[in-house]
Write a protein of this length. Structure first.
Length: 367
């Protein structure tokens, strides 16, 4: 063993401290971590239309699980892009029809109806959890992806609309049983409506907190699977970008989301900054990023990464190419270290938007 001179360790403490600082200093993107420039949806449609990702300036795709296949994966790699995959999490459409025990139950003890086009699920249903875990394992085993982005990460509700649908769920026997364990006491009443009434009247804060633990448990559980199979893959979340007080605090109260808690588990936060849908100005994406930075300290610590998704889609409203350019720039403000838009379809519908994206990805956002 090599013998070192017998210096006192204290001699080196200031230097060691400086080296430690240098190693841990915030670096959301160094030479090895370029600014992420992506497209969300089914980016293969751009390839089919004759475009190439590299010539568009892209370095990442955010592809829906259903659009991921071997040809797309291999082509994307050849064009120098990272492959991030959207993973639908608490969406139960189809599943709840075949498994009625997983249907979210409202305070009347009835199946909560679909919320517009969205149908959620009971997040504590063990069969559904096993179903999603199996899907995730299969996906990760087949494809060496750079990250998994959990989508539909909320209790049953509809927030992707100018007129949100915000039901109270889930009061199925399994949920109220688990909540009783959490409370450490029996929930009075026999049927679901009685239990729901008692919970909402006597244990509302605890109920909301418990629902949040269930949601965070999904993120932790999915993250464990990702790290087990693909240790280098990132875990990201697409989530509703309401501020906590919006819609009578529905972000936490109904959706079950606590942004700070979520940011403590997920490695990438991708707030859905659909400005037109939410009737916000083009400056709003940048304002939200600043709020998220303030909440999480991401700009100082480098964690979590912030990669917003902005609206290019013409529904609701019409997004002009110039408006699209402005929200891309706004959402890219530091400490954001990546950006993407919703979605490939809107680009193909208006080739001017493709030119806008290409100019940004080769120009101002080429960092
Ligand atoms: Zn339930």
């Amino acid at each position: 063993m090599k013998k070192y001179p017998d210096y006192k360790i204290t001699t080196f403490l200031p230097a060691i401290f400086l080296i430690f600082l240098a190693c841990t200093a915030p670096s959301q993107r160094g030479p090895e971590q370029p600014f992420i420039k992506g497209v969300y949806g089914n980016p293969g449609s751009l390839l089919k239309a004759g475009y190439a990702f590299d010539s568009l300036g892209m370095n990442a795709v955010f592809v829906r699980s259903i659009s991921l296949n071997r040809v797309f994966y291999d082509t994307t790699r050849l064009q120098g892009c990272k492959v991030f995959v959207e993973f639908p999490t608490l969406i139960g459409r189809g599943y709840v029809d075949a498994h009625p025990d997983a249907w979210p139950v409202d305070e009347k003890g009835e199946q909560s109806p679909p919320a517009d086009w969205f149908m959620g699920v009971c997040p504590t249903n063990p069969g559904f959890r096993a179903f999603r875990e199996k899907q995730l394992r299969e996906l990760l085993t087949e494809f060496a992806v750079d990250g998994i982005f959990l989508d539909y990460l909320h209790w049953h509700a509809q927030f992707e609309s100018t007129d949100p649908i915000l039901p109270e769920t889930c009061f199925c026997d399994h949920c109220t049983g688990l909540f009783a364990d959490y409370l450490g006491k029996n929930i009075p009443g026999e049927a679901a409506p009685e239990k729901a009434a008692w919970i909402l009247e006597h244990a509302d804060p605890q109920w909301r907190a418990w629902r949040n633990t269930i949601l965070n448990g999904w993120v932790s559980g999915m993250k464990e699977i990702v790290k087990e199979i693909r240790p280098d893959a990132l875990v990201g979340v697409y989530y509703c970008a309401w501020y906590p007080a919006d819609h009578d605090s529905a972000l936490f109260r109904i959706l079950g989301i606590d942004v700070a808690g979520l940011a403590g588990i997920a490695e990438v936060m991708s707030p859905m900054l659909f400005h037109k849908m939410k009737d916000h100005p083009v400056e709003w994406p940048g304002e939200y990023v600043a709020w998220l930075d303030h909440l999480t300290g991401a700009g100082t610590t480098g964690k979590p990464l912030i990669w917003p998704i902005v609206q290019a889609h013409n529904q609701p409203g019409v997004i002009s190419p110039e408006e699209f350019r402005q929200v891309m720039l706004s959402g890219s403000k530091p400490p954001a270290s990546g950006i993407m838009m919703f979605s490939d379809v809107s680009l193909l519908q208006d080739p001017e938007k493709i030119e806008v994206m290409k100019a940004l990805y080769h120009g101002e956002l080429n960092k």
